[in-house]
Write a protein that binds this ligand. Structure first.
Ligand code: ADP
Length: 192
């Protein structure tokens, strides 16, 4: 089994790259952003709560997010591992994930792959995505700026925790999509 944390700021290409990794390594993707959007679309209690944070560009509180992730992780799957996309986003979530995968999967996190993209390009990519995605959090410069701010104030420390464990690998997330995938594959193949 291989369990990958795909890490990086909003707009760094996690969702795009996750699709290639899923296919190549037969993984199940767990994207907390997608799960929240599914709940928002279906107007669930969780969705209404999450929306109040997401629309401001803030993180959803840890416990809500962690509980949702545990539910998803417990669902049966025939894949050969997981890819966590958009989770963990805080130190608390990182510690919770470590505990959950040990308990539910009896496995560790294998690697944290971090996509590096400069801020200005992130903003450009998100505004462009907002033209077609219909995502309220992509449609406005201030909300985007707040998401990037949240990333630096709360999420960047996740990298430190994986560094301490020797599991943190950076990959430049600028260039052809396919080229970036190949770099990610190479890092995974090193630890397989
Ligand atoms: P992006 O990577 O482009 O920011 P996501 O789809 O991963 O997009 O997340 C969208 C929003 O959902 C985030 O800005 C945040 O409000 C919320 N969210 C997603 N994952 C988490 C998480 N692990 N913890 C807290 N909030 C989250």
């Amino acid at each position: 089994m291989i369990n990958i944390v795909l890490f990086g700021p909003p707009g760094s290409g996690k969702g795009t790259q996750a699709q290639f990794l899923i296919e190549k390594y037969n993984l199940k993707q767990i994207s907390t952003g997608d799960l929240f959007r599914y709940n928002i679309k279906n107007n669930t209690e969780l969705g209404v709560l999450a929306k109040s944070y997401i629309d401001k560009g803030e993180l959803v509180p840890d416990q809500v997010t962690i509980d949702m992730l545990i539910d998803e992780l417990k669902k049966p799957t025939t894949t050969e591992g997981f890819i966590f996309d958009g989770f963990p986003r805080t130190a608390t979530q990182t510690k919770a994930l470590e505990k959950i995968v040990a308990e539910v999967l009896n496995q560790p996190i294998s690697i944290c792959l971090s996509l590096i993209v400069e801020d200005q390009l992130l903003v450009e990519r998100l505004l462009k995505r907002g033209e077609t995605s219909g995502r309220t959090d992509d449609s406005n410069k201030e909300i985007i700026a707040n998401r990037i701010q949240e990333y630096y104030s709360k999420t960047a420390e996740v990298a430190e925790l994986y560094k301490q464990q020797g599991k943190y690998v950076e990959v430049i997330g600028v260039g052809e999509i396919e080229e970036i995938s190949q770099k990610l594959f190479a890092e995974i193949d090193k630890i397989k």
